[in-house]
Design a protein around this ligand. Sequence first.
Ligand code: SF4
Ligand code: SF4
Ligand code: FES
Length: 488
Amino acid sequence: MVEFFINGQPVQAEDNQTVMQAAKANGYFIPYFCWHPHLSVPGNCRICMVEVTNEGQAEGSGWLDIACNMPITKGMRVLTDSERVRARRKETLQFITLNHPVDCGICDKAGECTLQDYHYEYNGAPSISHDVKVHATKHYALSERIVLDNERCIMCTRCVRFTREVSKSHALGVQSRGDHSLIRPVEDGAFEADPYSDNVIDLCPVGALLSRSFLHKARVWYLEPTPSVCPGCGRGCSVNVWHRKTEWRLKALDPKQNARIDRVTPLENPAVNGPWICNKGRDLAQIFERARAGQAMFKGRPVELEEAIAAARALIASARRPVALVSNWASNEELTAFDQALGRRLACHVKTDWQPVPGERLEDDLLIKADKNPNTAAARALFPPLPADAGAAFAADTDLVLVWGEGFSFAQLPPRAKIVYLNSYLQPENGHADVFLPISVMTERSGHYTNFEGVVTAFAACFAKPAGVAHAAELFAALAAPARGSLP
Ligand code: SF4
Ligand code: SF4
Ligand code: FES
């Protein structure tokens, strides 16, 4: 450890730490644009300027230098907010904003933009330039997913370094020099193919890199994040699911807008995903906002949920050789509830709800896992997997199959077996089951998933479940209850 001083206070730093790292670790704030704890240090934005005096030097004889690239030496004295520092930061901001448009009124980054925040903190004055701003491309299609506003770019190069150092696609670079510099993708389409490309949207400290799916969709101050888990693969990345705040509910438009996923961003979790997620994790709306099943059915005929539960309960109670195909999208809590209520009554097998889709990256060294389901580890800790030949799971006299979740063709079921089907989405199979029970999706309930390495992560409910839909964990107790049990 090395002792040095920040704003007159003694501070302990690890060997080889920079002033920025030690200041952050000890709760001192130093502004930064280009620095990022998980990327290399280019030292190009100069906003992190601090005043430094070495041990033995007279007070006031210090120099200004960047904190992000300054190694700590014993006894060094650092001022993070002196008059000289604030004056230099003001000059730096005047330089950075020379050609930056005043776009905040239409910019998706407003409310989360560090340039806006630092401008008010350290500058707050109109531009001193008499020259016309240099204009650049306003709406450059960087990829199908991302649009680039070159006028807003402050050339911090975080996006470029991300593709070189983290996703390894080497897909972005800087073209030209000076105030004609432009971020551009390489021409072979590597950025389009980079399954981690959307991380540059979060990395960009200004509104230069914007998500097409979120573009002009909502002001971020109308939204709130709910901590969740991406179910897209066995990694189980921690994410924030953003949706409209209750106090900003829209009354005049389609009420679905109040219960939709507006965007998904990474939730930093060092034990699972660090600060990154893949693009599939951003597209959870495509999974959860498919047409939902909200109607219980008996032999394809709409019935009340209670009636369907009673029918399913009677079928299970009278079956001689019942089998269950357990969902590997179920939470730990749902699996436990199922095991306690029905685990000994039915012969259980874990099925695979989701298979990789064509073109999807199967697996890599960063995050993405080949198993495209979130809770295979926990499900298989309780029940054996469904054999590759699904027919082997059924005996000649299997007379009932409870199918939980997606991904299983009814054509593989024994022809004379009764079917009790639990699913969340509108699918043709729903009407072919003897009893169909609509269940909630993970954004409508809380729980935990266990990832491929055994790390357990919690997810919270974002929305209320629709009427007529059951939570699976509550359903199992009702299905196992003797005679006339109903939903608790
Ligand atoms: S686009 Fe954003 S992240 Fe990339 S260099 Fe410009 S300001 Fe930095
Ligand atoms: S790596 Fe897997 S869990 Fe993480 S965001 Fe991508 S699909 Fe989701
Ligand atoms: S954060 Fe230090 S130079 Fe950019």
